[in-house]
Design a binder for this molecule. Sequence first.
Ligand code: F6R
Length: 614
Amino acid sequence: MCGIVAYLGHREAYPILINGLRRLEYRGYDSAGVALINGHDLRIFKCKGKVSDLEAHVQDGNVKGTVGIGHTRWATHGPPNDVNAHPHQGNSGDLALIHNGIIENYAPLKEELIHRGHSFKSDTDTEVLVHLIEDIQFTEKVDLAEAVRLALDSVVGAYAIVVIDRKEPDVMVAARKSSPLVIGIGEQGEHFLASDATPIVEHTKNVVYLEDGEIAVIDRQKGLKIRNIKNQDKTPFIQELEMHLEALEKGGYEHFMLKEIHEQPRSIRDSLRGRMDLINSEVVLGGIRDHEQKFQNAKRILILGCGTSWHAGLVGEYLFEDLARIPVEVEYASEFRYRNPIVGEEDIVIAISQSGETADTLAAIELAKSRGATIIGICNVVGSSIARVTHAGSYTHAGPEIGVASTKAFTAQVTVLTLMALMIGRRKGTISASNFHRLINELDAIPDKVQKVLQSEAQIKYIADIYKDAPNALYLGRGYSFPVALEGALKLKEISYIHAEGYPAAEMKHGPIALIDEAMPVFVVATKGASYEKVVSNIQEVKARKGKIIAIVTEGDTVVKELADHVIEIPETPDQLVPLLSVIPFQLISYHIAVMLGRNVDQPRNLAKSVTVE
Ligand code: F6R
């Protein structure tokens, strides 16, 4: 949600900023801008639209300078337009500031600043912050770094900011609270700043993750200094990035989403790697070993997440109840945080997040933590805020997910949840040795089976072509496949803008069945397993009302083939593992429909990858 990037060093800043913005564009793409200082000259270029629009806008502009900041926006306050685009400036025009987050008390601050003679151009909360910093510089006669510190002391909200001042052209000041900020330390005094490490990795692997309440001052002569809001010095903790540049490229695919769908055999295997011992029939998740006892004694597990991560959590509910016999509640983080939830020391909370930055999930974790619960994270982005505030956890090893619609992160999350439930179930003795042995061997075979499902892409594309103009779609599943139905519907909605609903198959007759007619495509997971016969009956109910059935079935199925308009076969696997296979055709259907409709698949309208506002 908004991407920020900044550079101070010996090279021209502009190409570095533009490249960085392209990498961060998944975080927001409704306007973009840069500010550069050359000598004592500060120039700003910004406009509505994407980074490519900014490049066109800048064409032939004087973008010289070895210090600069850049921003790609996902609008919160004020519509996307040229004026609301970042960077923002104060009255004097000396400062330029970029911001990711929300300043909650911007209205009273703005009113006070107007009284003090400040005038505002935009509708944004960010502009208030830059005026406030400027006002403090002027009244307190302090330098930029101190003015930022004092200003942030009176700000309520979430922010990652970078500010430059043409009066101090060799200094860049950055700060964070609840929104991420990474500092890259290059050679010959070069420093990079960004919302995540993706714009930095091509320049340096040495990074510092700024902590909440910290302010970084980067000075061309003195290098990097970090202090906190109380003005205490902090020692920067330099870490080495494990990210590889190739993971950030499309690798020959037309879209990141398609690449990420096809990466799933690899990403699932990476999420399993080193965690299963097939010979000794063992599952070991090193990250949660210290909390195993607590897990085993847990009277209840709470799973928190948003969107696709919440869907993975629903699969987790079935897994933990089935394999470890622990009651589970799955909560939308955004609802949990604003109730007065019953949660305490006895509880294990599993927080699931691809980005590790989702504001609602982060706030829900803080709430559960403050009440004494043990928090286990399942995150994809290493070093992310959620990964750092949890007590323990297991990373998914999906690699960077850049397409806004989550695909490989979902299957990696479900993989880790399966491992967790198996590990705890085995320790508790709620799974027999033989069943455990069978399940881990079946899990080990999943990456190859995913590869096989991907081979149905041509058939899936053919089906996509038939249903691409449908205005609505229904997705049905039972048991382990119910969350997959929800996920299938979400994928279709978010990238094709076709209205879709996911339902437990048997719930259809309690209302949604009224929607069914010959124009309604109904996507059903009807694999062999516990609820197979029941789902076959649900399919018959749809067919009796002339609905179109597209069914995901187990290889060799003949019964559903007779009833359905189309069947997509997936290899046989135990019920517990079906979501890892059945979600793949749904991802592909959505992808191909969206491409056929000419949608922007990787950057669907109104969305952003990392939702750092509530
Ligand atoms: C859907 C999607 C979103 C995210 C949700 C949570 O394709 O990507 O629904 O799943 O915003 O994000 P994370 O997992 O980063 O917390």
